[in-house]
Design a protein around this ligand. Structure first.
Ligand code: PLP
Length: 381
């Protein structure tokens, strides 16, 4: 057996040869829109800060005040002494926004999914997972010990075929999908999936990390599609500009999660500053529908100029196929003052390396047009 160090070096060299090695680049985000990296100032199309709230004065102020009042850390798991008073307020507000009885805040979106799925599904149960679902839904699925069946992306007929074949042999069944797909920007057919779920005595869970604050008047993808979704999961870390995850559901489901979700029970509560920031961000989301509508409008003006299919959300993929092509395209854009990080396998399927553009409320229209023109003329041409 090689030493661990030799194992790591061999593995890294193989990844490097396929242009799949990743590195962390130090990045300073000074205002939620412009970033500085390697001495270069660039307009970022790679942040999930869709409403630019990471740097909003009222949101920052709320975080500072909460730190003064409650300290920098929660001090323990929420189940022990970490349940500071801001959690209850945020959970009431999230439930109200999503139209559910209750909500539960987790340490992050990843922790939420890794905890929720195993708390509601286990050995003897059936999970149906859209093939392009986010990594943390797969983590939750694997941790559950349930039977996992993958359905083709957004293919409701395929999901039905799986249910018709496998449903009877399993005790409970749960369909899990992103509401807005993080690397493709398209929306799940939540309405059709909820009808299917009801017909097959199955539950439905959606991951709305990219819907909250942007779609459905800011209330997310389930609201935008009018679907009934049993578990509406999301994150505080994208449009809300803060940190933490959440899920909205019935009061009993939330009580069960608070009793059984390991990633909630055995992990420290989100710091007061992050919860307070999320609350301040929600105030903005609920009161400024002009702001929440802007990221999608910017994305649609980009797709119009590029002659791409109209954007369904604020996320637009420009699929190039080869990892090296994506890296080179990203470098062209860097030289033009745009940060658009390339997305490569295994984040996306083999052969679909891409640029992933995330549009935010504050992107200047003339810069969106300049970016679109460069992509149309120099990358897609
Ligand atoms: C970002 C993301 C998550 C993880 O949320 P974090 O709060 O960043 O851990 C989960 N699901 C989807 C679809 C995401 O894009």
């Amino acid at each position: 057996m090689p030493s661990l160090d030799a194992f790591a070096k061999t593995k890294l060299a193989a990844l490097e040869a396929r242009h799949l090695k990743r590195t962390l680049a130090e990045t300073t985000r000074a205002d939620g829109l412009w970033v500085e990296r390697g001495g270069r100032r660039m307009l970022s199309f790679s942040c999930n800060d869709y409403l630019n709230l990471t740097h909003h004065p009222a949101v920052k102020h709320a975080a500072v005040e909460a730190t003064k009042k409650y300290g920098v850390g929660a001090g323990a798991s929420r189940l022990v002494t970490g349940n500071h008073p801001l959690f209850g307020e945020l959970e009431r507000r999230l439930a109200q926004l999503k139209g559910t009885e209750a909500a539960c805040v987790f340490g992050s979106g990843y922790l939420a999914n890794a905890g929720i799925v195993p708390a509601v599904a286990s050995k003897g149960d059936l999970l149906l997972v859209d093939e392009l679902s986010h990594s943390c839904l797969w983590a939750g699925a694997r941790l559950s010990w349930a039977r996992v069946e993958v359905f083709r992306h957004n293919d409701v007929a395929h999901a039905e075929e799986i249910l018709r074949f496998h449903r009877v042999a399993h005790r409970h069944a749960l369909i899990v999908t992103d509401g807005v797909f993080s690397m493709d920007g398209d929306l799940a057919p939540l309405k059709a999936l909820s009808t299917l779920a009801q017909a097959y005595d199955t539950w439905l869970m959606s991951d709305d990390a990219h819907g909250l604050g942007v779609l459905g008047g800011g209330r997310g993808s389930a609201h935008a599609t009018g679907a009934s979704v049993d578990l509406q999961m999301g994150t505080l870390s994208k449009a809300l500009g803060s940190y933490g995850g959440y899920v909205c559901a019935s009061a009993a489901v939330i009580d069960l999660l608070k009793t059984r979700a390991r990633t909630l029970i055995y992990s420290t509560g989100v710091p007061p500053a992050s919860v307070a920031a999320a609350l301040a961000a929600l105030d903005i989301v609920e009161n400024d529908t002009e702001l929440t509508a802007r990221p999608l409008a910017k994305a649609q003006s980009f797709t119009r100029i590029c002659n791409l299919p109209p954007a369904a959300s604020q996320i637009v993929p420009v699929v190039l196929g080869d990892p090296l092509a994506a890296l080179e395209a990203s470098q062209i854009l860097e030289r033009e003052g745009f940060l658009v990080t390339p997305i490569r396998p295994p984040t996306v399927p083999e052969g679909t390396a891409r640029l992933r553009l995330a549009f935010t409320a504050g992107h200047p229209d003339d810069e969106v047009a300049r970016l679109a023109t460069i992509i149309r003329e120099r990358i897609l041409a």
